[in-house]
Design a protein around this ligand. Structure first.
Ligand code: ADP
Length: 552
């Protein structure tokens, strides 16, 4: 019945907990202060850097000797390289300081991926790499999310994959996990490469700040070591995951998982393969591309036969309803294969997949081919081609299309003004924001006319025109390119026309002048740009005070 009591003095423990709590608080405050400091610094550095880069650019437009030009060019390039690093640091510290907000909007994921692939295609080709896309056939393409940030993450992963791969391929795969009831899709996007890979003990480490795999093999690659840590933080901000699987010496596969609301569900009607096509012969030398095509057609319910060359294809024609062939192949290309088929008395439709669609269109053997599809192949293009070659759809394919107009203009306001000026027209309009994009879009979009701003950051209008003319050299016919310049200086016109541009407009642009150029460029296959039932009065209210484009 007595009492036993035990007393324990925990004063020291309580005190030390309090000390730890304060220390944690201080550390967090210091970390926030560091991030805020970095963000401010980056911002403060950016502003004068823009002056340096901009002025170096302007300097290059003045009369310089070759030596001076080299110096100015170096200033500009170094400045731009620095801006890229500063942007990384700025992004990083913004996220750390909790200041980065996502801008949710509807966007087309398939298109975003294809555009990135197009942009990197030239680089891939020069390295001898195959850059491929495998977008799940049953996945919708329009989602709601922050397309800019998703693109940023993919650009980083794809850029790394290209950087650390010297032969083989880089494959972007997009698959959707079963849909959740609330209209969201769980997406897995993986970027797979056949590059140097990452050692197991380094794998976790690479998502940290300023961390690069340190070894002799890796030292030749440039970078800040911030890309993956930014990507990781961005993906986390979007509520997703990022991971990597890698085998040293064999390659890596970086993946991100995101759950995004579906903006437009997939129209399953589009996936219905027309009757009459059952067995498809695939001719594709690249093993990975071939596997992707086999899989894609397989899920559509088609039977496939796959060959690596035209010669092999000619041996395997039994019961084939359709031939789907790559364009550029060694020995016999896709166009020649079509010709050989017709000579052999085979009349099944042939679809050619081509990375240089212009040269395919110009090929004398084009008449033996029912459809040419741009590579990397988008699902809508592939499905449209399948429908167009089905027997009952043949006449429909003759119907004329709208004209395609490409405008390269780096200034956002001017892009808006341009789109307002042509908004009443029955045309397809795409923009490029710099010269490099203009070249990429020229290949993907196949415009009938290009409006080209001359001074743009990076690759300017004259350079972009030179690239486009070089592409046309390889086939594809001459597309008119109209220069748009801010100032008409003496001698400018000669310089511009000398650079391969066909026409010349000075800012402020006149709506009538733009219309005139578009009208003149119309090919026979396209409808006239003006809609017949629209009077001028109906078009007048564009929401802009004047209809002239401001000079910038
Ligand atoms: P950076 O590329 O600027 O160095 P990142 O954060 O993007 O910075 O990448 C960090 C490191 O991870 C790279 O330096 C490289 O060592 C490794 N790494 C990233 N991607 C790959 C890849 N696809 N293959 C091999 N190593 C990679």
């Amino acid at each position: 019945g007595d009492m036993v009591s035990l007393a324990l003095d925990i004063t020291a423990e309580v005190r030390s907990k309090e000390v730890l709590r304060r220390a944690k608080h201080r550390a967090e405050a210091a970390s926030r202060a560091k991030s805020a400091f970095l963000a401010n610094m980056s911002h403060e550095i950016r502003t004068p850097m823009n002056g340096v880069v901009g002025m170096a650019e302007l300097l290059m437009e003045t009369g310089l000797t070759a030596e001076q030009r080299l110096y100015a060019d170096t200033i500009r390039n170094s400045g731009e390289a620095l801006l890229v690093i500063i942007n990384d640091v700025l992004d990083y510290s913004k996220i750390e300081a909790g200041k980065l907000v996502l801008h949710q909007e509807a966007f087309d994921l398939e298109r975003a991926v294809l555009e990135l692939v197009m942009l990197m295609q030239a680089n891939a080709r020069s390295k001898g790499l195959d850059l491929l896309v495998d977008y799940d056939m049953f996945l919708p393409s329009r989602f709601t999310g922050d397309p800019g940030r998703i693109r940023q993450v993919l650009t980083n992963l794809m850029g790394n994959a290209m950087k650390f791969t010297s032969e083989g391929h880089v494959l972007v795969r997009v698959v959707g996990m079963p849909f959740e009831a609330d209209g969201q899709a769980r997406l897995h996007i993986t970027v797979e490469d056949t590059g140097i890979g990452i050692a197991p003990d380094k794998v976790q480490h690479i998502f940290g700040e300023f961390n690069q795999v340190e070894d002799a093999q890796n030292r030749k690659f440039e970078g800040t070591g911030l890309g993956l840590s930014i990507s990781k933080k961005l993906v986390a901000l979007m509520g997703g995951d990022i991971w990597v699987e890698s085998t040293e010496g064999r390659g890596s596969s970086f993946g991100i998982a995101l759950t995004l609301p579906v903006e437009t569900p997939l129209d399953t009607e589009l996936l219905r393969v027309p009757p009459g096509i059952r067995r498809v012969l695939i001719v594709e030398p690249n093993e990975t591309s071939r596997a992707v095509l086999e899989k894609q057609l397989g899920v559509l319910g088609l039977e496939t036969v796959a060959c690596a060359s035209a010669a092999a294809a000619l041996e395997r024609l039994e019961e084939v309803d359709l031939v789907l062939s790559d364009h550029h192949m060694r020995e016999m290309d896709g166009m020649e294969l079509a010709e050989a088929l017709r000579e052999g008395g085979h009349d099944m439709p042939v679809i050619v997949l081509s990375a240089s669609i212009g040269s395919a269109e110009q090929d004398p053997a084009r008449r033996f081919v029912q459809a040419v599809v741009q590579k990397p192949v988008s699902r809508p293009d592939l499905l449209a081609a399948l429908r167009s070659v089905a027997p009952e759809a043949a006449e429909e394919a003759e119907a004329s299309r709208a004209m395609r107009v490409l405008a390269a203009e780096d200034n956002r306001t001017n892009r808006l003004v341009f789109s307002k000026m042509v908004q009443a027209l029955d045309i397809e309009l795409e923009f490029a924001e710099d010269g490099a994009q203009a070249v990429a879009r020229f290949q993907s979009f196949r415009p009938d006319i290009v409006f080209m701003d001359i001074s743009m950051p990076g690759m300017d209008g004259k350079e972009a025109t030179a690239h486009i003319r070089a592409i046309e050299e390889r086939g594809g016919g001459h597309v008119p390119i109209v220069a748009m310049t801010a100032h008409a200086m003496d001698g400018d016109e000669a310089g511009i026309i000398g650079a391969g541009l066909d026409h010349y407009l000075t800012k402020p642009l006149r709506k009538e002048a733009i219309l005139g150029q578009i009208r003149e460029a119309r090919p026979k296959a396209a409808r006239p740009p003006e809609m017949p039932d629209q009077s001028d009065g109906a078009r007048r209210n564009t929401g802009l005070a004047g209809e002239d484009m401001a000079a910038t």
